[in-house]
Design a protein around this ligand. Structure first.
Ligand code: BTN
Length: 278
C-alpha cells in the first residue's frame, strides 16, 4: 500500500488525519488500539492499513487470513466515551462502505449477510470486526476493522475456505488497486460513520434492500452454543435480526447466519431453475 498514491485519491476528512501503511503487522486492529492508547482523543479517525497481517482476527475468535499483497486490511480508531450502544452501528457502517466501494471501484453488486459479512455471488468477500477498548470500567475507544479480498486467486485461500470465499478478482470485478479500493472505502466510510454514530437506525434504513436474506428464507443462526432455526422477518432499527420461530418473532442480537434455504418467491424461481438444469 503506497500512502502517497492513496492520498492522491482520498482527501482526509476527520477520517484519516493520521494514516499508517505498514508492510506487515500482527493485526491492524491492534495497531489502531495502540494509537488510541498513545494519543487518546487525538486518535479519533486514525486509519491503519497493512499489506499483510500475521495474526489477523475474525469474529468469534476466528482468524482472518491476510496473505501479503492480495487483500485490504484496514482499521479505524474511534474515540468514544459515550454510551456503548453507539458501537452498534459501526459494523454496519463498515459493511455498507464496502458495498459502496465494491460498486464504485470494481463495478460489483454485493449483498449483506447478517450481521456484517459482504457477499458477492453468494460468497464472502469482506468481513468486519469491531473491538472496544475499556479503561477501568469505562469504554474509551472503539476499533473498526475491515478485511476485503481483492486479488485472491483460488489458491490464495486455505482449502476449507475455498467454497465460501471470493475476491474482487474471482468475482469478475474491474481490476482495482489496493490504493483505489481503500480510497473508495474511506470516501464512503467517512459520512456513514458520522451519521451512524449520531443515529444508528439511519444506517439500518440505508441497508434495507441490500440484505442477502429475503422474507420467508429459512435461516440457521448460531449464537453461542445454540442454533436457532427460523424464517427471516427483517432487521430491527437497532440492527438485530428478526427471526420468526414457531410463529413468534424473536430479535437475535448476536450470532452468525450459518445456513440459508431460500423461501418466499425466490424458492419458486430457484426450483424452476434447478428443474431446467437437471
Ligand atoms: C470476520 O468476518 O470474521 C471479520 C474479519 C475482520 C478482518 C479485519 S482485517 C483488518 C482488521 N484486523 C484484524 O485483525 N481483523 C480485522
Amino acid at each position: 500500500m503506497n500512502r502517497t498514491l492513496l492520498l492522491k485519491q482520498y482527501s482526509p476528512t476527520w477520517l484519516g488525519q493520521i494514516i499508517e501503511c505498514h508492510p506487515s503487522v500482527p493485526s491492524t486492529n491492534d495497531r489502531a488500539r495502540d494509537i488510541l492508547d498513545q494519543l487518546g482523543p487525538a486518535a479519533h479517525g486514525a486509519v491503519v492499513m497493512a499489506e499483510e497481517q500475521t495474526g489477523g482476527r475474525g469474529r468469534h475468535g476466528r482468524s482472518w487470513h491476510s496473505p501479503r499483497g492480495v487483500g485490504l486490511a484496514l482499521s479505524v480508531a474511534l474515540w468514544n466515551e459515550g454510551p456503548s450502544d453507539r458501537a452498534v452501528c459501526l459494523p454496519l457502517a463498515g459493511s455498507l462502505a464496502v458495498l459502496r466501494a465494491l460498486h464504485h471501484s470494481a463495478g460489483l453488486r454485493g449483498r449483506l449477510k447478517w450481521p456484517n459479512d459482504v457477499l458477492v455471488g453468494g460468497k464472502k468477500v469482506s468481513g468486519v470486526l469491531v473491538e472496544s477498548r475499556v479503561q477501568g470500567d469505562r469504554p474509551s475507544g472503539l476499533v473498526l476493522g475491515i478485511g476485503v479480498n481483492l486479488l485472491h486467486r483460488e489458491e490464495d485461500f486455505p482449502d476449507d475456505l475455498r467454497s465460501f470465499a471470493t475476491s474482487v478478482r474471482l468475482a469478475g470485478g474491474r481490476p482495482v488497486t489496493e490504493e483505489a479500493f481503500a480510497a473508495s472505502l474511506l470516501v464512503a466510510l467517512s459520512p456513514l460513520l458520522e451519521e451512524g454514530l449520531m443515529n444508528p437506525a439511519a444506517l439500518v434504513e440505508k441497508a434495507s434492500g441490500t440484505w442477502a436474506h429475503e422474507p420467508g428464507d429459512l435461516l440457521d443462526v448460531s449464537s453461542g452454543e445454540e442454533i436457532l432455526r427460523g424464517t427471516f422477518a427483517g432487521i430491527a432499527p437497532d440492527g438485530s435480526l428478526l427471526l420468526k420461530v414457531d410463529g413468534r418473532i424473536q430479535a437475535v442480537h448476536h450470532g452468525d447466519v450459518t445456513r440459508v434455504r431460500p423461501g418466499g418467491p425466490r424458492a419458486g424461481i430457484l426450483a424452476k431453475e434447478e428443474k431446467r438444469g437437471s
